[in-house]
Each structure stands twice: as C-alpha cells, then as structure tokens.
Design a protein around this ligand. Structure first.
Ligand code: CDP
Ligand code: CDP
Length: 228
C-alpha cells in the first residue's frame, strides 16, 4: 500500500540533509551513512574552505570577495578516497590544506557574504537527482534543500566538540590547546549562527540529535533509525 510519506516523497529532494556546528561529527556520520546505504556523500563546508584557501593563496582579502574572483575558481567534486566525492580546487585535491584553523575561520568569514553563498548555491543544488545522497553543512535543510526528504541537526557541547577536533589531529594536547580550539570553535559558531543569510540553525522539521554522550556508531544509528 502506498502511504502518505511515499506519495509526498515523490515531490521532495532525494537528500539526507545533515547540519550542525563545527566538530559535532556531521562529516564522519554522513560518511558512515553513505557507506551503509551505498550512496554518495557531499561535504559542503569544503566549498567555503576552498574559497578562503584560494583567497589566502592569492594574497587577497577575505572581506567582500567579488564574483569576478569566484568565477576564476574551478570547484569540482570528484571521487576521491573511498569512492566518495572530494572537492578539487583548480584541478587538485587540496587535502590537509583545507583543514587548518586559519582556513576554517576564513571559511566562516566568506560564508557570511551574500555573493559567495549565491555563487555556491547552484553548485550544491546541482547534486540533486533521482539517487539519494547525503549532504552535510550548515544550511542544507534550511536553504539548499528545504524540501529534503530527511533532515538532521547534529550537535554536542562546545567543550566536547573542541576535545574531538583536537583528538582528530592524533596528537596529545594540554588544557591551553583545548581552550584555544574551544575559543576558535565558539567564535565560528557565533559568526555562523548570527549572520543574516543562511544562519546555522535547525530547520523547523529537522530531527535534533545531541550526541555529546554518544559514540560515533550510536550517533550514526540515531540518524539511521529515522531513514526508511
Ligand atoms: O564534520 P564535523 O566538523 O561536524 O565533525 P567530524 O569531523 O565528523 O568529527 C570530529 C571528530 O569527532 C571526528 O574525529 C569524529 O570521529 C569525532 N566524533 C566522536 O568521537 N564521537 C562522536 N559521537 C562524533 C564525532
Ligand atoms: O568541519 P567543520 O564543521 O568544522 O566546518 P565545515 O563544515 O568545513 O565548514 C566551514 C565553515 O563553512 C563553517 O564554519 C561555515 O561558516 C561555512 N559553511 C556554511 O556556511 N554553510 C555550509 N553549508 C557549510 C559550511
């Protein structure tokens, strides 16, 4: 029997939208879901990071990045490791260069600019097709795909997120390093949540998952249980 969800879902974007603040586990969980369901996974934060990296490399200001500069960038997603899509900037995978604190802070700066967001909107929407995909960022469920079939907002306490980001680097860290990363994350969250366009916030119809006390596997299952 065809239920109301099946009927409605014909008119929705075939997207699992995962939004949330920095280091909440969005990309890792999105990657696990993608593997489990054998679908593509796209991290949209890498687009904003790539714009910031390109500005830094070109020695240009991160303020008011003009469309003429954005149009010179070659931004494409290509299958990378694990067969999942990875962003290529000007013909190469930027890899670790995208992950530093300076690039993250720069990404948040350029992400507040209307021209940058408008430019990157089409790149992100071009992924919607008949195949289910999982896409992760800050505004996927609110702006990019407000009609996504599934929406999640994943979060954890700021302290836990700072600890995770540092552990991710695989090095030992002290209280001072933890405080510095917590400060950088809090600053970025604040900027992302308070910008006038596409602010970081849960969509009204998103499932909110606070995974502070959850393992990765438990977090992934908390998402999966809502997906048909
Ligand atoms: O994509 P986002 O910045 O939200 O976070 P991530 O890069 O996926 O996760 C940050 C780190 O937290 C990774 O090393 C994850 O393995 C870890 N993590 C965790 O240990 N437990 C969780 N419940 C969620 C994430
Ligand atoms: O991995 P993490 O959560 O630390 O950051 P990210 O997802 O790579 O995003 C970097 C920055 O890009 C964020 O702080 C946001 O300012 C911006 N961003 C955004 O505005 N909209 C998105 N859909 C994704 C990222």
């Amino acid at each position: 029997m065809t239920g109301l969800f099946d009927f409605m879902s014909d008119f929705m974007s075939n997207v699992i939208a995962i939004d949330g603040p920095a280091a909440s586990g969005k990309s890792t969980i999105a990657g696990m879901i993608a593997k489990r369901l054998n679908i593509a996974y796209i991290s949209t934060g890498s687009l904003y990071r790539a714009v910031a990296l390109a500005c830094l490399r070109a020695g240009r200001s991160l303020e008011n990045v003009p469309r003429s500069f954005l149009e010179t960038l070659k931004l494409e997603y290509r299958p990378g490791a694990d067969d999942q899509y990875e962003l290529m900037l000007n013909g190469e995978f930027p890899g670790a260069a995208l992950r530093g604190l300076e690039v993250a802070a720069g990404a948040s700066k350029v992400a507040a600019q209307p021209d940058v967001r408008a430019y990157l909107l089409d790149v992100q929407r071009s992924f919607a097709n008949k195949n289910l995909i999982v896409m992760e960022g800050r505004d996927i469920g609110t702006v990019i795909f407000p009609d996504a079939k599934y929406k999640f907002f994943i979060t954890a306490t700021p302290e836990e997120r700072a600890r995770r980001r540092l552990s991710q680097e695989g090095e030992r860290f002290d209280a001072e390093a933890l405080a510095e990363v917590a400060r950088a994350i809090a600053e970025r969250d604040e900027q992302d949540a308070n910008r006038p366009i596409a602010p970081l916030k849960p969509a009204a119809d998103a499932v909110i998952i606070d995974n502070t006390g959850l393992t990765l596997e438990e977090s992934m299952l908390a998402v999966l249980e809502h997906i048909e």
